[in-house]
Design a protein around this ligand. Structure first.
Ligand code: ADP
Length: 637
């Protein structure tokens, strides 16, 4: 039998190095990780055995066995699950099989992870935590259904290398044998193992067994005690979601959450319910306290784990929840689905649809309740997940209003840390205000000082501040309590009927000048017109109602999408003195270099105000300086 020497991938080396040298607290989690792997391997074997008779090998007595050996100084965790072939073991225990490894390594270097090694589980590298307590680890494995062949021994001392070798292994499944470090021998003690299993793995569905020594009355010699070894099951094995709610402690809920989510912080909310009637199922769902680190990765796997009558069918069943609730973690156990259900079947299954509808309603109701009764908590949730949740306004037509009711926005009428719901906004609308006004932008400060809201301020209208790139898209087609949403940076704004008449008069008066400006700027803007939104500022750039929002435009560009350039509209404030002055210059002399320069300067200012650069920054700067010099000379002469 030949032994092959192989080198770990760089990221594994780095991880092991960190694991061994930097992480000191909560080392006991290694046992949770090994038990969890063993339990997964059994779940997979059980699932495969539904369609492949060879898998069972006559041993369907699923079990995870822990064996401490004080003489050898080893602790073993064995399972009779699916096992691994040589190729599989090289892939599984020689690399870190996930995308975003770079981000992951960066995260591992952070102080947060060093202080909270539980975080490691989050990245799916549980097995390697063995090296926190062992200086050598041996893994013996044999794939289920391949009796008499394919046994493999994997071994490493975490020195950058590992070996694999073909071996005989009678029983299917995997043994992980830890050669414990000198000062980690406490994990050979019965009480220590018992307490760690109870704490972290009590709800594991399969028995976690250990041989323990017991004193019993001798059957041969009355009055005498004898020591016998017998197997004891250390965990209660109760699927937590099937237990009665009233009997479950918060810690139990939280521990289970950490197990399924690999998160290390307690969840923000637990939703546990049983549905009866058209569909019978139990759901135990969690809202995390913070965004899963990988939620924006392409391969983010969403959806609760699906069980059918306690048999785990698949991890991350995405058909069970809508995409806009993809932060939800948990378990759904159905009594109606067939055991051999596949992903394809799930896509068009009526039962699944009913479960999905049911869960969505429960979650939205719970959020609504939380918003009403625990606003602070809701706000924390919203700041974390609002951006994902609000996609539902666009994508879930039937629940548009319900989701809109969950939205929160900052507003120009309120301080930065205050958030308004649409209901509150509508309730506070002035009598003559017809629409819900909003402004998009990149920061609260920038938006609050924006010229676009001058007229609204004067009228005492609040303007909702929308800082997420997706906001314009979200509220675009929305009507809330019969009110339309109107972007203050798009379209013609007319807030006052009386002022409209004044504007009409001004339009007549300045017609020739406006035409001239339009002609000068014909390559830059699609129109020039008088503004209904400006009070102090001379001019600004706006879009047409149907135009893409500038934030959205940036988002699309960042995503590498080719979008046609949309020209903007230059709006001019007819009451601003600069405009009256320009008109007088224009009446005196229709073609003047100074007037041309003023037009360029006005346009450049409008660009600056919307957060863009003047077309020719050098020319802009020199023009401004020239005007400053002129003004300075005038003031001292
Ligand atoms: P994770 O379990 O999060 O994927 P691990 O590093 O703990 O990460 O394990 C890596 C892989 O090794 C697992 O995905 C699985 O394929 C395999 N593995 C680990 N332990 C076992 C086991 N007891 N039986 C079968 N496969 C296992």
């Amino acid at each position: 039998m030949t032994t092959t020497n192989l080198e770990f991938k760089t990221e594994v080396k780095q991880l092991l190095d960190l694991m061994i040298h930097s992480l000191y607290s909560h080392k006991e989690i290694f046992l949770r990780e090994l038990i969890s792997n063993a339990s997964d391997a059994i779940d997979r074997a059980r699932y495969e055995s539904l369609t492949n008779n060879n898998i069972m090998e006559g041993d369907g007595d699923w079990k995870i066995k822990i064996t401490p050996d004080k003489n050898a100084g080893t602790l073993s965790v064995s399972d009779n699950g699916l096992g691994m072939t040589k190729d599989e073991i090289i892939e599984a225990l020689g690399t870190i099989a996930r995308s975003g490894t770079k981000e992951f390594m960066e995260a591992l270097q952070s102080k947060e992870v060093k202080d909270n090694p539980e975080l490691i589980g989050q990245f799916g590298v549980g097995f390697y935590s063995s090296f926190m307590v062992a200086d050598r680890v041996t893994v013996l494995s044999r794939k289920a259904g391949m009796k008499g062949q394919a046994g493999v021994k994997w071994e490493s001392s975490a020195d950058g290398f590992y070996t694999v070798e073909d071996v005989e292994k009678e029983k299917k499944g995997t043994d992980v044998i830890l050669h414990l470090k000198k000062d980690e021998k406490k994990y050979l003690e019965e009480w220590e193992i018992r307490s760690v299993v109870k704490r972290y793995s009590d709800y594991i569905e399969h028995p976690v067994a250990m041989d323990v020594e017991r004193e019993k009355d001798s059957k041969l010699q009355k009055g005498e005690k004898v020591k016998i070894r017998e197997e004891e099951i250390l965990n209660s094995q109760k699927a937590i979601w099937l237990k009665d709610k009233s009997g479950i402690k918060d810690e139990e809920y939280n521990e289970f959450y950490k197990h399924i989510s690999h998160d290390f912080t307690d969840p923000a909310k637990v939703i546990h319910f049983r549905a009866e009637g058209t569909s019978e199922f139990t759901a135990l769902l969690y809202i995390p306290s913070r965004m899963p680190v990988d939620i924006y990765y392409k391969d983010y796997k969403m959806g609760p784990t699906l069980y059918v009558k306690r048999v785990q069918i698949m991890d991350h069943c995405e058909q069970l929840i809508p995409r806009y609730l993809r932060f939800i973690k948990g378990v759904v156990d159905s009594s109606d689905l067939p055991l051999n259900v596949s992903r394809e079947i799930l896509q068009s299954n009526r039962q699944v649809e009913i479960i999905n509808k049911n869960i969505t309603k429960k979650v939205l109701d719970m959020l609504s309740d939380m918003k009403k009764n625990e606003f602070e908590k809701y706000l924390t949730f919203y700041k974390e997940f609002g951006r994902v949740l609000k996609e539902g306004v666009h994508f879930d037509f039937s629940r548009k209003e319900a989701i809109a009711d969950l939205l929160l926005f900052q507003s120009t009428g309120k301080p930065e840390d205050s958030f308004t719901s649409l209901q509150e906004y509508v309730d506070a609308m002035k009598k003559d205000q017809e629409d819900i006004y909003y402004i998009t932008g990149t920061s609260f400060e920038e938006v609050r000082k924006s010229p676009y809201i001058e007229a609204f301020k004067e009228k005492g209208y609040e303007v909702l501040i929308m800082l997420d790139e997706v906001d314009d898209f979200v509220v675009g087609g929305l009507e809330y309590r019969g009110k339309k949403f109107k972007s203050v940076i798009k379209g013609d704004i007319s807030l006052d009927k009386e002022k409209d008449a004044e504007k009409k008069k001004a339009e007549k008066k300045y017609k020739a000048l406006i035409e001239m400006i339009k002609d000068r700027l014909k390559n830059e803007v699609k129109d020039v017109r008088l503004s209904g939104r400006l009070k102090e500022t001379a001019c600004c750039l706006v879009g047409d109602e149907g135009d893409l929002d500038p934030q959205m435009e940036k988002l699309f560009k960042a995503m590498g999408q080719n979008i046609p350039e949309t020209k903007r509209i230059l709006e001019i404030n007819p009451t601003h003195p600069i405009f009256t002055a320009m008109n007088r210059m224009f009446e005196k002399e229709q073609k003047s270099a100074v007037l041309d320069e003023y037009i360029t300067l006005l346009y450049d200012q409008a660009l600056l105000l919307e957060g863009s650069k003047p077309k020719d920054p050098a020319a802009f700067a020199s023009a401004v300086t020239r005007l400053m010099v002129k003004d300075a000379e005038k003031s001292v002469s």
